[in-house]
Design a protein around this ligand. Structure first.
Ligand code: SAJ
Length: 424
């Protein structure tokens, strides 16, 4: 742990990554300024109102009492000893990372940074970004990287909606442009993170993050493809996965679903495949195939809906189809890349009367149409021609749902496959 006097930390971007990071650092006595380009966000934070589900107003109040503040004035950077950048890197239309926010942050830093500052990029991006895009803008021609400025990459590992792992107890990978950059960044994080892992360099740290999420993406695609032919072969893949999961080593269970949502898993691997193709001119086939399989999953669900209705001589056209749980994962109020959207769009296109229930989503528009938000999922299930369970929010009483006697297509394998319930 460092014995230096507490530095002034500026965290750029006060979203689901930056805000928890800022508050954790403030807990250890570091003076922290949360910078956000959105003044309304900064003002709300100063007033003690959190816009992040995993951060309570009480957490924020403790931070405000302990040396945290928020601002939209970038001049706070001029007084910073350390700057951590946690801004979004969505996909651009060409499938590569949209680095506009990273570049904007780097430029704000470059215009204000003092010699001797440490700058760390945490936004997920392709290997090479820190060295080729971020560092030149931060250091300019005034500062020498590894000497008058230290620059590193450290992947964010925030997992929305789960409380077991937070900033303090999730191991932190750090890789610098130079060894001195790595060491300085590692020593800094050791002030408020229990375990810091020194990577060989920034590129290895960038790659570690993409490996973590590409691993998930590919393995989810594996079971999403297997579940289709297993059913045609008369094999219960759900049971086979449960059996395989008993292996105490060398296996990690992934389960089929309606598709892969969120801002990490379907997005991060695309950075890598885009970079390989852009620089090397060939494709990263595993990722492109996984993307193909996972993006087709919602359409496969639509096919299964048609089959289930057809078994009762019902057409999709005019059928009352209820979607249960439309966020991208259980108990997380986030619709980004949710597979529920392409599924609903397909069913609407086929003339289905699509309704939904989700305890976390009050209103939902798909293909320009405001869908009916049911208030009682059990009554709505009983009245539907078919229910599609997409996300098993903990608010759902699954036994009660089964007891409605509704015809249910369970895409998560959480209901017993019996009676009126069939699994993907
Ligand atoms: N999914 C499946 N089958 C699975 C697992 C997930 O269909 O077996 C689907 C989910 O329904 C969801 C999507 O994939 O739509 C992504 O699920 P996720 O569990 O990976 O959740 P995320 O997107 O919140 O991923 C985050 C990631 N955290 C960071 O990037 C910092 C990921 O690295 C974590 O491993 C993951 O949380 C986690 O462990 O929950």
């Amino acid at each position: 742990m460092s014995s230096d006097p507490a530095p002034h930390l500026v965290v750029m971007g006060q979203g689901y990554v930056g805000l928890p990071m800022a508050l954790r650092a403030a807990e250890t006595g570091i003076r922290v300024t949360g910078f956000d380009t959105n003044e309304a966000t900064a003002a709300a934070l100063r007033a003690g109102t959190s816009h992040i589900g995993d951060v309570s107003d009480a957490d924020l109040a403790a931070g405000l009492a302990g040396g945290y503040t928020a601002t939209s004035d970038p001049d706070c950077i001029a007084d910073a000893d350390v700057v951590i950048v946690c801004v979004p890197t969505p996909l651009s239309p060409d499938g590569g990372p949209d680095l506009a926010a990273v570049i904007a942050a780097a430029d704000l830093i470059g215009e204000r940074i003092r010699p001797g500052t440490l700058c760390v990029l945490e936004s997920t991006t392709y290997p090479g970004t820190t060295e080729e895009v971020f560092a030149p803008r931060v250091a300019g021609d005034r500062l020498a990287v590894g000497d008058s400025v230290h620059i590193a990459f450290s992947p964010e590992r925030i997992n929305p909606g789960q409380t077991e792992y937070g900033v303090q107890n999730t191991p932190k990978v750090v890789g610098g442009i130079t060894p001195a950059c790595t060491e300085r960044a590692a020593v800094f994080y050791e002030r408020f993170v229990d375990q810091v892992v020194r990577a060989k360099g920034a590129r290895e740290a960038e790659m570690a993050k993409l490996l973590e999420n590409t691993f998930r993406h590919v393995n989810i695609a594996l079971v999403n493809e297997m579940v289709r032919f297993s059913r045609e072969l008369g094999i219960d893949l759900w049971d086979a996965i449960d059996c395989a999961a008993t292996k105490p080593f060398g296996f990690m269970a992934f389960r089929p679903g309606p598709g892969v949502g969120g801002h990490c898993i379907p997005v991060d691997p695309a950075y890598l495949s885009h970079r390989v193709r852009a620089v090397l001119g060939y494709s990263f086939r595993m990722v492109e195939l996984a993307e193909e399989v996972n993006s087709a999953a919602p359409i496969y669900v639509a096919q299964r809906v048609a089959e289930a209705l057809n078994e009762r001589a019902l057409a999709v056209n005019g059928a009352r189809v209820l979607l249960l749980g439309i966020t991208y994962k259980p108990d997380v109020a986030d619709l980004r890349e949710t597979p529920a959207e392409p599924l609903a769009a397909k069913l609407l296109q086929q003339g289905a009367l699509v309704g939904y229930h989700d305890p976390l989503v009050a209103g939902w528009t798909v293909a320009g149409r405001e869908l009916t938000a049911e208030t009682d999922p059990y009554a709505a299930a009983a009245a539907a021609d078919l229910v599609v369970l997409l996300q098993a929010h903990s608010a759902y009483d699954l036994a009660r749902l089964e007891a409605t006697g509704a015809r249910i297509l369970d895409t998560r394998g959480v209901l017993p496959a019996r009676g009126t319930v069939t699994r993907l």
